[in-house]
Structures are given as structure tokens and as C-alpha cells.
Ligand binder design. Structure first.
Ligand SMILES: Nc1ncnc2c1ncn2[C@@H]1O[C@H](COP(=O)(O)OP(=O)(O)OP(=O)(O)O)[C@@H](O)[C@H]1O
Ligand SMILES: [Mg+2]
Length: 185
């Protein structure tokens, strides 16, 4: 029997159109990991009316993290193609990888802004059921909301403590994604 190596939790990070799902598919092909791309689940589960989507992505993501944790524990690598705009989300997912005995790899993608917007628009034209149309104002707002990983975070700095009053990152994650059970209990 081959010696099994540790599985890896891969996380794609970046603004719309930078190429996260393209990278996630490459990883899937290269390492046989389970790829979980929420955009492929939203419309089949919840229909096509973007205005009704409030909160549903969190419902879905919580369950995908939960299933991803189980798959990692079974020894198979997982790709969460989430985008993850906040450092706390990324730290929490890293803590969950640790808990599953998995390595963690963050794939941070960037592009010059004009190219990114062009690709996001091309993507919307190609698959309008997977993404809503974004205006210039939306793109500007996204920039304000996105916290890119720092050099320290990219180098895998030690995990900071979770925000008060949470006793652990998995506890924080269950609050952020209410459909994710506490994984450290
Ligand atoms: N190297 C490339 N050259 C040109 N176009 C590309 C390249 N890589 C990806 N694309 C195209 O750019 C668009 C965006 O790519 P992709 O869907 O991978 O981005 P994304 O970061 O997952 O976007 P989103 O956040 O909206 O899910 C797609 O239409 C894709 O086919
Ligand atoms: Mg994508």
C-alpha cells in the first residue's frame, strides 16, 4: 500500500474575474482534489433570482466547509473556491484544515484592474446563471470590501487568536457560517 501523504485544503482568494475557478479546475486536474465552487451550486439549489439570494450563499458555504472537513479527514485534498475577502475567514479555514490534519495552501490571484473587469464581464456573458451582472460601482465597492492577504499571511504566519468573544476559530466559523457545526467539539 502506498504511504499516504497529508491532504491539502486549497483556498482560492481574489476579486471577481481574477481566475480563481480556472485555477481551482487546474488544481482539481493536477492533484485529484475535490473542488467545491459555490457558484455551481447556487442557481441549481436556489433558482436564478439574484435578488432572493440574501444569506443563501452563507447557508451553502457552511455546508461545503463541513463536507470539505470530512473529505480532508478521509485523506483527500479539497479546493474551496470561495474568494474569501476577509482575513478572519481565511484564518478560520486554516484552523479547520489544521483540525482535519491537513496542510493549507492559499492561492491569491490578482490582475490589472481593467483586465479583471473585462474578464468578469466576459464570464457573466458566458455563464449568466452563475454570476450577476456587475456595474462599475459594484467593482469599486468590491475593492473597498476586499482585504488582500498580507505578505505575512501568504507566508503562513502563526494564526492570530480568534476575535472576542470566540474561544476558537472553529467557534468563530460556526458563527460566520451558521450551517457549519462546531468542528472542535
Ligand atoms: N489566462 C486567461 N486568459 C484569458 N481569459 C482567462 C484566463 N483565465 C481565465 N480567463 C477567463 O476569465 C474569466 C474569469 O475567470 P474565472 O471564472 O476563473 O475567474 P473567477 O475568479 O473564478 O471569477 P468569479 O469570482 O466571478 O467566480 C472566465 O471567462 C475565464 O474563462
Ligand atoms: Mg469563480
Amino acid at each position: 500500500m502506498p504511504v499516504s501523504s497529508r491532504p491539502t485544503l486549497h483556498l482560492t482568494v481574489g476579486l471577481p474575474g481574477v481566475g480563481k475557478t480556472t485555477r481551482a479546475r487546474e488544481l482539481e486536474r493536477a492533484c485529484g482534489a475535490l473542488r467545491l465552487t459555490p457558484d455551481e451550486w447556487m442557481a441549481p439549489l436556489f433558482g436564478l433570482r439574484w435578488a432572493d439570494f440574501g444569506g443563501k450563499r452563507d447557508v451553502l458555504e457552511g455546508r461545503l466547509v463541513w463536507v470539505g472537513h470530512q473529505v480532508l479527514r478521509a485523506g483527500v485534498s479539497v479546493i474551496l473556491d470561495f474568494g474569501c475577502w476577509s482575513p478572519d475567514e481565511r484564518y478560520a479555514l486554516r484552523a479547520i484544515a489544521d483540525l482535519a490534519g491537513a496542510d493549507f495552501e492559499l492561492h491569491y490571484l490578482t490582475l490589472p484592474e481593467d483586465e479583471r473587469v473585462e474578464r468578469a464581464t466576459a464570464r457573466w456573458r458566458r455563464a449568466p446563471e452563475e454570476i450577476f451582472e456587475m456595474t462599475d460601482e459594484d467593482h469599486a465597492r468590491f475593492h473597498g470590501l476586499f482585504s488582500p492577504p498580507t505578505a505575512e499571511e501568504l507566508q503562513g504566519c502563526s494564526l492570530p487568536p480568534p476575535p472576542t468573544p470566540f474561544e476558537s476559530w472553529p467557534a468563530w466559523a460556526s458563527d460566520r457560517w451558521p450551517t457549519l457545526p462546531r468542528l472542535d467539539r
